[in-house]
Design a protein around this ligand. Structure first.
Ligand code: GDP
Ligand code: MG
Length: 150
């Protein structure tokens, strides 16, 4: 089992797509083990996107992610990091393949609806950054053997 961090970004919240997109992750077999709506402050935004500091889109990205509440979650399942990134599709919504979340709902480089951790190291760092220990649940979702089998 693997955990990954997802952030339903301000465009997703404004466009009332959180429920629909969360359903796609659940339908794929991922379980929600942490979930909350928060207003991100600049310090957390800069820490989360530290790898992009200095890039031309950085200031805009920080402004965007702090502009309205986000829903942040921890999803758990088999190969959860890769599964989420595959469902999300390419970063640029214009280029993202149809059938992916960004391909189906985004036409923007920045406003691409959902963040997903890109590696086990990123997932561990990001979950610790966004959630306190007691905010992430540990349990075995019923029927997991039917989701993963084989
Ligand atoms: P991700 O891992 O697919 O989310 O993409 P990156 O880590 O490369 O970039 C982080 C976020 O910055 C993306 O999800 C976009 O919201 C934004 N972003 C990335 N590249 C660009 C760009 O070229 N222009 C703008 N305006 N935003 C970008
Ligand atoms: Mg990234």
């Amino acid at each position: 089992m693997q955990r990954t961090l997802v952030i339903f970004k301000p465009d997703c919240v404004h466009r009332r797509l959180v429920g629909q997109i969360l359903s796609r992750f659940e339908a794929k077999g991922l379980a929600v083990v942490g979930l909350k709506l928060i207003q991100v402050d600049r310090a957390l935004a800069e820490k989360h996107y530290a790898e992009h500091a200095g890039k031309p889109f950085f200031e805009g990205l920080i402004g965007f992610i702090t502009s309205a509440p986000v829903v942040v979650g921890v999803l758990e399942g088999n190969e959860a990091i890769t599964v989420v990134r595959t469902l999300l599709g390419a970063t640029n919504g214009v280029a993202a393949a149809p059938g992916t979340i960004r391909g189906d709902y985004s036409s923007s480089k920045q406003n691409n609806l959902v963040h997903g951790s890109d590696s086990p190291e990123s997932a561990e760092r990001e979950i610790a950054m966004w959630f306190k220990a007691g905010e992430v649940a540990s349990f075995t979702p019923a029927g997991s053997e039917w989701v993963i089998g084989g």
